[in-house]
Design a binder for this molecule. Structure first.
Ligand code: HOZ
Length: 430
């Protein structure tokens, strides 16, 4: 495939944008190539500036659950834009979307909209600290909650992809107030939470880890976490930026039947526009200004454009059997990937849940950060490049998830299977 246009743009971008990108993972460093510059997208396809078409399994890292440029979402954005894009004042659309979120997410009685998942997680821990009067946050190795200071300790996503051990610029005091323990380790969890010298105020977790590849919670893990935090008066935060409206309409908390105190949302609720949100019981949310003393604000928060896109997206998700259809399509992908792995003798572990999946290049079950690290990242890079050369766009890192959308067709799934088999055979022959 000719990619001279992307190459030229990357050279230009590097002169004026750090690393040529506005978010590190997309630089494609860990997969040994340069980024494609995308011009447009529709349904399950994206098109680069050289006119190449790719079947897209990144889906903008999650928001594009309906596929790209869905006509209802585009129409809602157009209509909203024509009426003005931001007023810095309350609008009817934010009440509509808040009503929909409150109705959908089991633990949310009140919700505050922000502009990104990072902002949502950052604001949720400030609220939890303000509410409990305790500063220490417990997180899990390899989980990623955006790039706010407190979360860059043993984080997933680009932090692990680029092998950054923490981040210069994060003050020692903040690192001291963040404890990170392994995912799916019930004994360590109990011991840490019961250690009252640590003075933990809140726990934040991705109920399905999606930023060290897809890792599901082992049976009873979320239930144990809920029971312990409740008993000890620790605020439990579910980061549902990926899983919200993805695993089910009510997110992971509905899927697993475990209710947190606070929930962070993003991605899907913005219909592809920049949005985040955090919510929970009125008792906790009333501590936010102007009702309470915990300060959080934003000029563009709840802007009508993003709210309208979000409303249109959520309405589409209410279609009968939407999640059953989506998840059964994803299950077909998973079954096919497993068969291809067995047929070609390439060691892989396919972790999946709902419409999320990761193909880890390892022969060991992947249940936490350490086991994720056994994956052969150079093999993933080779596979990524093979697939790209045949028109399949995967995440440019072993430690991310692939997303299936409502727009993916049977053809797309078959193409994924065929190209995966071709790529695995090519690697097996070496
Ligand atoms: N893991 C990130 C989304 N959950 C990747 C996107 C980014 O950092 O740009």
């Amino acid at each position: 495939m000719a990619t001279s246009g992307s190459k030229e743009m990357f050279a230009r971008a590097q002169k004026v944008i750090p690393g040529g990108v506005n978010s590190p993972v997309r630089a494609c460093k860990s997969v040994g190539c340069e980024p494609l510059f995308i011009e447009r997208a529709v349904g399950s396809s994206i098109f680069d500036v050289d006119g190449n078409e790719y079947t897209d399994f990144v889906c903008s890292w999650g928001p594009m659950i309906m596929g790209h440029a869905h006509p209802h979402i585009v129409a809602a954005i157009r209509q909203s834009a024509a009426a003005g894009t931001s007023f810095g004042a309350p609008t009817p659309t934010e009440i509509t979307l808040a009503d929909m979120v409150v109705e959908a997410i089991p633990s949310i009685e009140k919700v505050r909209f922000v502009n990104s998942g990072t902002e949502a997680a950052m604001s949720a821990i400030r609220l939890a600290r303000g509410y409990t009067g305790r500063d220490v946050v417990l997180k899990f190795d390899g989980c990623y909650h955006g790039h706010a200071d407190s979360f860059l300790v043993k984080a997933g996503s680009g932090v692990v992809t680029l092998g950054i051990p923490g981040s210069p610029g994060v003050p020692e005091d903040i690192v001291r107030n963040t404890i990170s323990i392994p995912y799916n380790a019930p004994e360590i969890l109990e011991k840490t939470l019961r250690d009252d010298t640590l003075d933990i105020g809140c726990v934040i977790i991705e109920p399905v880890a999606g930023n060290m590849g897809c890792i599901t919670p082992q049976k009873g893990f979320l239930e144990q976490l809920r029971a312990l935090t409740e008993e000890l008066g620790i605020v439990l935060i579910f980061d549902e930026v990926i899983t919200g409206f993805r695993l089910s309409y009510g997110g992971a908390q509905e899927f697993f039947g475990v209710k947190p105190d606070l929930t962070c949302l993003g991605k899907i609720i913005g219909g592809g526009l920049p949005v985040g949100a955090y919510g929970g019981s009125a008792a906790i949310m009333n501590h936010i200004a102007p009702d309470g003393p915990v300060y959080q604000a934003g000029t563009l928060s709840g802007n009508p454009l993003a709210m309208s896109a979000g409303i249109a997206a959520l309405k589409l998700l209410q279609a009968a059997n939407f999640y059953d259809d989506l998840n059964s399509k994803a299950a077909d992908c998973v079954a096919m990937l497993k068969t291809v792995g067995q047929r070609t003798g390439i060691d892989t572990q396919i972790n999946s849940i709902g419409s999320l999946m990761t193909c880890f290049f390892t022969n060991q079950p992947v249940t936490d950060f350490d086991s994720a690290m056994t994956a052969d990242t150079s093999r993933y890079g080779e596979h990524f490049r093979n697939m790209l050369s045949r028109g399949i766009y995967l995440a440019p890192s072993q430690f991310e998830v692939a997303f299936v959308s409502a727009a993916h067709s049977l053809n797309d799934i078959e193409k994924l299977g065929k190209m995966t088999e071709w790529s695995f055979k090519k690697m097996a022959e070496k």
